[in-house]
Design a protein around this ligand. Structure first.
Ligand code: HEM
Ligand code: HEM
Length: 146
């Protein structure tokens, strides 16, 4: 059965988070770093998918911003996005099949790639030297290995 209602989107999103929050690779990002409030987040991300998959206009945009905030605390790496996508694809395939299910996987991949590319040009909390403020930070000697 394909994804066809908002309830389907919500079921998909909840099933995804029940995996993601317990995941050894990315779970800590939601639980420990972002301290995700699932009850507040589920309706928002359900609207995101309802907008993409079902043509609703329930999501108002700005999806990138919280990821930039998270990245400022802990560097979001390619491997994190790969893991996110692996869990997402597995959840979609387990629950649904069809054109919209395929679109859900394809669009997630595009968004993940775009987010990762944008984050790469931004400083992160995992960087050895904090960037920001008005001061230029200079270092003598060899640049530290990154
Ligand atoms: C029915 C068609 C589509 C809908 C309704 C849709 C909807 C959306 C929405 C709601 C976002 C989040 C935007 C935000 O929060 O700022 C988004 C992001 C994105 N979409 Fe789509 N999309 C569609 C088709 C496509 C197609 C065909 C592509 C590329 C071939 C695409 C590539 C992307 C990318 C790369 C992003 C991330 C942009 C960023 O860096 O923030 N989308 N889309
Ligand atoms: C390593 C990968 C990712 C992590 C750790 C992550 C984590 C998060 C966190 C912590 C939030 C904020 C929740 C809140 O407190 O409101 C969030 C929001 C969101 N994420 Fe992700 N995310 C990841 C990848 C993605 C991808 C690939 C997509 C899209 C396909 C996506 C779509 C969204 C959307 C739509 C929101 C809601 C933004 C809003 O408030 O409008 N995320 N994510």
């Amino acid at each position: 059965m394909d994804i066809s209602t908002r309830d389907d989107c919500e079921r998909l999103v909840r099933a995804f988070y029940s995996r993601a929050l317990e995941d050894p690779i990315i779970g800590f990002l939601f639980v420990d770093v972002a301290r995700l409030d699932l009850d507040a987040h589920v309706p928002v991300i359900t609207s995101f998918w309802e907008t993409i998959l079902l043509g609703a206009r329930t999501y108002r945009g700005g999806a990138f911003r919280p990821h930039a905030a998270l990245h400022a605390q802990v560097e979001l790496q390619g491997g994190h996005f790969e893991r996110w996508l692996t869990l997402w694809r597995a959840t979609v395939d387990e629950l649904f099949a069809g054109e919209r299910a395929e679109l859900a996987k394809a669009h997630a991949e595009r968004v993940a790639q775009a987010f990762l590319a944008r984050l790469r040009s931004m400083p992160s909390g995992s960087d050895p030297v904090p960037v920001g403020g008005g001061l230029a930070i200079t270092q003598h000697g060899a640049a530290p290995a990154r």
